[in-house]
Design a protein around this ligand. Structure first.
Ligand code: ZN
Length: 286
């Protein structure tokens, strides 16, 4: 065998070894994800939630107030995966939007769901520029939309009741997208930063709001989580996404109300990242 042929064989063998290693890593990743995973990232005072279905459909709801979301995504996603299937911006406030700006720059986003409301802030302008550049499919949220993530797993949009695209508003909390994630018998309710006023409207609008896990609105503020809403949703578990803050979130009154209903409460400030894993019949907290 000539030296040249030996070199070719060595390169081929090396390539094959790399390929089988990569295939093994991919198979391992798929096997690791047999369940639906929902991770409430500990990103400080804000919201950022990562969802991955058993067959690998990935959703990021909000990005938190800083760049910590990038580290968190790095922990949940394999290094070779630079694509996120769906990014949701509940409302364009700093503590939900800022981290997403960097995510848009670093990841390829296939779909973006947001309200389309207009704000006069530099961050909003940057968001608008980046989503236009991204080339993703843009969806303007509206109640009644059903977004299928995987077989038997979908997001049901409950609020805003109608499209808010092009509307200008300073008080954006009450424009937050409210969505329910349903996997067979298990459901999660994500409420952004809505106030009691919108919670009451949801109670009036929907016959069935019952959910197993509730991401409580507005970081546990006392302006949210009215008793009627908690009673109707009747969650087994409440997650409060909260960091150090000057507003006293979560408010003692909210915590007392949750205790009244005997609901288990986890805060990201006390527990760090909260990962909930479900097979569609039950769920476990990791
Ligand atoms: Zn917020």
């Amino acid at each position: 065998m000539t030296l040249k042929n030996k070199k070719i064989i060595c390169v081929l063998l090396g390539g094959l070894t790399c390929f089988s290693l990569l295939a093994w890593v991919i198979v391992w990743e798929i096997n690791q994800a047999g369940d639906l995973e929902v991770v409430f990232f500990d990103i400080g005072q804000g919201d950022s939630i990562f969802i991955e279905t058993p067959d690998g459909f990935q959703v990021l709801i909000d990005g938190g107030p800083g760049l910590v979301v990038l580290e968190k995504l790095g922990e949940e996603m394999p290094f070779y995966d630079r694509t996120i299937d769906l990014v949701i911006l509940t409302h364009p406030e700093h503590d939900h939007m800022f981290g997403l700006l960097e995510v848009l720059k670093r990841y390829e986003i296939k779909n973006i769901l947001w309200t389309g409301i207009i704000r006069d802030t530099a961050e909003w302008k940057e968001w608008k520029r980046l989503i236009e550049e991204e080339g993703a499919n843009i969806i303007i949220s509206e109640a009644g939309q059903k977004i299928v993530l995987s077989e038997n797993i979908y997001l049901s949009i409950l609020y805003p009741f109608e499209s808010l695209e092009g509307q200008e508003t300073k008080y954006t909390n009450d424009t937050s997208i409210v969505a329910e994630l349903i996997f067979n018998n298990v459901s999660f309710l994500f409420t952004g930063d809505i106030s009691k006023k919108i919670e009451k409207q949801l109670v009036d609008e929907y016959i069935d709001l019952e959910s197993d896990i509730l991401k409580i609105a507005h970081h546990g503020s006392k302006t949210s989580s009215c008793l009627e809403f908690l009673e109707v949703v009747s969650p087994e578990l409440v997650v409060i996404s909260v960091g150090e803050n000057r507003w006293g979130h979560p408010h003692p009154e909210t915590l007392a109300n949750l205790e009244k209903f005997g609901i288990q409460v986890l805060t990201t400030r006390n527990y760090g990242d909260i990962k909930i894993v479900s097979n569609g019949n039950s769920f476990n907290i990791k």
